[in-house]
Design a protein around this ligand. Structure first.
Ligand code: PEP
Ligand code: MG
Length: 884
């Protein structure tokens, strides 16, 4: 089989599209060579050879050996040099190059082919013995490290000792003879350490290096990197063997890196750095400060050192032309590496450049305007989750992070503040103008006011759908949950982090809700700015997508934020959340704890006007867009007072003895509230609750219609249905109230009555439920919980273990489980539509804001997705990409 692809001399056997075989680096070297760009000749060993190597007990196929030797003969012809030659020796670099970029994870060997003879020839040929001996010692050091497994530190020590002995400060102070001596010390060290001498035969060196690069595919660094970036182990790495060119051959030589556009702002300007008389490693190592490539860049950076444009005008002009050409050719911003050897420019690498979201946005929009890419391509160039970077303050990526713990990234953005441990303190601090992070073991409805007042929320327990996570996302407040490596000591008001870091109340912390990290102290932030490019790109996305994007909003604040992010309605208003605020929780408790219908009706009477005014506001903000109101679905325990002090307080407010109240609490105690008396079950036990809510909804719709002049597109949703008769019963209550309100006000209100599909039985019986339901909204939080039988509030304790052990790939509460939960959704959608072909279908679980899940929804032909306000732009973009 063909193991080797040659490139150089204006032609190449491979192409950019051969990235699977040739790896990223090899494919692009081939492409550049075939474009006639100056690429040092070389060859790429395909990634399959690496796979063969590992599948065959680390052996190299025989025909690979022949093909490499043939390739080297061709390179010798192209360069006029001979591998191991005693006159003009050919030196090679051997580098890894996988299909996906794995920066710095695998091994490289440079200056290969040097030995005690060729070093002399190289010095003679270059007219620079010092350079030759310096290259030789670099080679020995690298080879001994990568191939022979000796720590490069021991060579550094030798070098430092010698410099001290000779009285030199810098490597550049060493003469040829001094380097030569160091080479002999290096070789002796290898013999002492390994009982073998440094290989002199260039072919032995070459195969040693190739094997080492193959083997580095399985080094622990690379294995970890692959796991983090989901790169399959089966890919293997290609190996690039290429003629060395030298940027360290005096003042007319240089090496550098560049981007065809500014990778942090996206500005259309060549942006890069170079070093005179240096090898590539020196730029990366940061020993010397690199100089700017362009004059413009030099002036902007305020540097005195001359630019490449000034210093090497010819090479610069050629380089700039190549940059333009490559950018047009690849139709994307490129990240390039180059070397200038005695005035001659050589291209060593090109690839799509990494960039910030802001830059990505600007580049995509500019390239459409320049006619380089289409609007649809621009839409596909932005990773939806990266939009977070634009909507929230983020931690400046250039600063060092002092991480003291980490949890789940529950709500994006970063926030800094003083630690407080109670909601009351948070509220107090807000009044005093202090910024705080509310730290709790977990949050409950009573904490809502404190959550509002805080800059960020940190809990040590709970998962992505825990109370803290859901509420914080809704509010757009950064939040980290389930930071299990940290401990809250409420009594002593301490937050104890990993590594024994203890933080007190009042200490400053920063949480990064995008990564889940908790950092000590304050950290510099980058503020969000929704530029014009953002608007343009999102408009293209909106033109492209089929599904509409709604929001999960319970408060006017959420609704306004969501509208500003482009939400096209409310897909889920969790009415129970409307009772978390202020004094309402007391009335809510009164209602829940009431002993009989009379007591309940009294409390409901107080709740009615509150609900009505909330709905009026929500309807007005949405101004004729669809609004789905869900009837009460409280896991009742969330509302109940827990501690003795809380019980005493509530008892006082309800004018009953605490002991009596405690008995009521006991009476409604549930062993498993998530599977208990919640959802439609509550409305069936206490229809007066649904009655009150329906009345508030219809009366509000009448009012809002008058206020805005637009009829509300109203959908009333019944939660946690598993039987059609449950829905029939609750819908009966709703319909009766609708008639009553129409009679009383003289204004009939149009509405749809539908249900959530959040239990497996409902999905299975969807065709029957659809006889009553006019729409379905998939509640994938509960559907995931009940399909897996995994508590959404407790799963965070074991899901990371499952991931580590390879039992599941991702957290099914974050990204939909296509095979199980997804199949139920598909089935329910099909069965439901069979009964009612205009059945409206949407999703309102947390998955509605997850790009992979959104793609699934597109394929399942849902009508809309609904997600928390700050995810609306992400969902708009992801829905567009799914439709392309
Ligand atoms: C769901 O279960 O997916 C849902 C949206 O409802 P909640 O999260 O309020 O239970
Ligand atoms: Mg639910």
């Amino acid at each position: 089989s063909k193991w080797v692809y040659r490139f150089g001399g204006g032609e190449a056997e491979g192409r950019a599209a051969d990235v699977e075989r040739l790896g990223g680096k090899g494919a692009n070297l081939a492409e550049m060579a075939s474009l006639g760009l100056p690429v040092p000749p070389g060859l790429t060993i395909v990634a399959d050879a690496c796979v063969f190597y590992f599948n065959n007990n680390r052996t190299i196929p025989d025909d690979l050996k022949t093909q490499v030797l043939e390739g080297i003969t061709v390179i010798e012809g192209q360069t006029g040099r001979v591998f191991g030659g005693k006159a003009k020796p050919l030196l090679l670099s051997v580098r890894s190059g996988a299909r996906a970029s794995m920066p710095g994870m695998m091994d490289t060997v440079l200056n290969l082919g040097l030995n005690d003879e060729t070093v002399q020839a190289l010095g003679h040929d270059a007219g620079d013995a010092r350079f030759a001996w310096d290259s030789y010692r670099r080679f020995i050091q690298m080879y001994a490290d990568v191939v022979m497994g000796l720590d490069h530190e021991i060579f550094e020590e030798i070098l430092e000792d010698e410099k001290a002995r000779l009285g030199h400060d810098y490597d550049t102070d060493l003469s040829a003879v001094e380097w030569q001596h160091i080479v002999s010390l290096y070789k002796r060290m290898i013999e002492d350490e390994l009982d073998t001498s440094f290989p002199q035969d260039p072919h032995v060196q070459l195969w040693g290096a190739i094997r080492a690069v193959f083997s580095s595919w399985m080094n622990p660094r690379a294995v970890t990197y692959r796991m983090l970036h989901r790169i399959p182990e089966e890919w293997g790495t290609a190996v690039n063997v290429q003629t060395m060119v030298f940027g360290n051959l005096g003042s007319s030589s240089a090496t550098g890196v560049a981007f065809t556009r500014n990778p942090s702002t996206g500005e259309r300007e060549l942006y890069g750095e170079f070093l005179v008389n240096a090898q590539g490693e020196d730029v990366v190592a940061g020993i010397r400060t690199p100089q700017s490539i362009t004059e413009e860049g030099r002036i902007a950076s305020g540097s005195e050192k001359p630019s490449m444009e000034k210093l090497m005008p010819e090479a610069f002009a050629e380089f700039r032309a190549i940059c333009d050409r490559l950018e047009i050719h690849y139709r994307d911003m490129q990240d390039l590496e180059f070397t200038i050897e005695r005035g001659k420019l050589w291209m060593l690498q090109t690839r799509s450049g990494k960039r910030t979201t802001r830059a990505a946005m600007k580049i995509a929009v500019d390239m459409v305007e320049e006619g380089v890419i289409t609007e649809e391509e621009a839409v596909c160039r932005i990773e939806p989750p990266s939009l977070d970077q634009l909507l929230h303050p983020t931690i400046d990526p250039r600063v060092e992070r002092h991480v003291v713990g980490s949890g789940l990234p529950a709500s994006p953005g970063a926030a800094t503040g003083e630690i407080v441990f109670t909601a009351e303190e948070a509220v107090e601090a807000e009044h005093e103008g202090r910024k705080v992070i509310l730290v709790r073991i977990e949050t409950s409805p009573e904490d809502i006011h404190g959550m509002h007042a805080a800059e960020g929320i940190l809990t040590t327990r709970g998962g992505m759908t825990s109370h803290a996570a859901v509420v914080a996302r809704g509010m757009g407040i950064p939040c980290v949950v389930g930071a299990g490596s940290m401990r809250v000591d409420m009594r002593n008001e301490l937050l104890i982090g990993g590594g024994g870091v203890t933080l007190k109340r009042g200490d400053t912390v920063t949480i990064d809700g995008s990564s889940g990290q908790v950092l000590k102290g304050a950290v510099p932030m980058i503020q969000p700015a929704l530029s014009g490019d953002f608007g343009k790109l999102m408009a293209w996305a909106d033109k492209t997508r089929r599904m509409t994007v709604r929001t999960n909003a319970d408060t006017p604040q959420d609704a306004r934020a969501a509208r500003s992010f482009g939400a096209e309605g409310i897909g889920l208003c969790r009415t129970e959340h409307m009772f978390f605020e202020g004094d309402r929780i007391h009335v809510m408790r009164e209602m829940i704890l009431a002993e009989d219908e009379k007591g309940r009706r009294a409390a409901l009477g107080k709740l009615l006007p509150m609900q009505r005014s909330d709905f009026i506001e929500l309807f007005s903000i949405m101004h004729g867009l669809p609004v789905t109101i869900r009837l009460l679905d409280p896991p009742l325990h969330e509302f109940l007072p827990k501690t003795e002090a809380e019980i005493a307080e509530v008892a006082k407010a309800m004018a009953m003895p605490p002991a009596f109240l405690a008995r009521r609490i006991d009476a409604i105690h549930e062993f498993n509230p998530m599977l208990g008396h919640r959802g439609c079950r509550l409305a069936i036990s206490y229809p007066e609750i649904a009655e009150m809510q329906a009345r508030a909804i219809f009366e509000a719709a009448v009012e809002a219609g008058k206020l805005t002049g637009e009829p509300v597109e109203l959908e009333i949703m019944v939660p946690l249905v598993s039987l059609r008769k449950e829905l029939d019963y609750v819908k009966g209550v709703i319909d009766r109230v609708a008639e009553d309100v129409a009679k009383e006000t003289g204004v009939p209100i149009a509405y749809l009555a539908g249900t959530m599909i959040e239990l497996p039985r409902a999905a299975i019986r969807a065709h029957v439920i659809a006889e009553t339901a006019e729409f379905f909204s998939f509640g994938t939080n509960d559907l995931t919980q009940t399909t897996f039988g995994m508590s959404r509030d407790d799963a965070a304790a074991f899901i990371p273990t499952y991931q580590r052990k390879g039992i599941i790939e991702h957290d099914p509460f974050i990204s939909l489980d296509f095979d199980g939960v997804g199949e139920l959704i598909q089935m329910a959608a099909e069965r439901g539509r069979r009964t009612r072909n205009d059945l409206k279908l949407g999703i309102c679980g947390e998955h509605g804001g997850d790009p992979a899940s959104i793609r699934f929804c597109e394929n399942a032909d849902l009508d809309y997705v609904s997600c928390s306000p700050f995810r609306v732009p992400i969902a708009r973009l992801a829905a567009a990409q799914a439709a392309i």
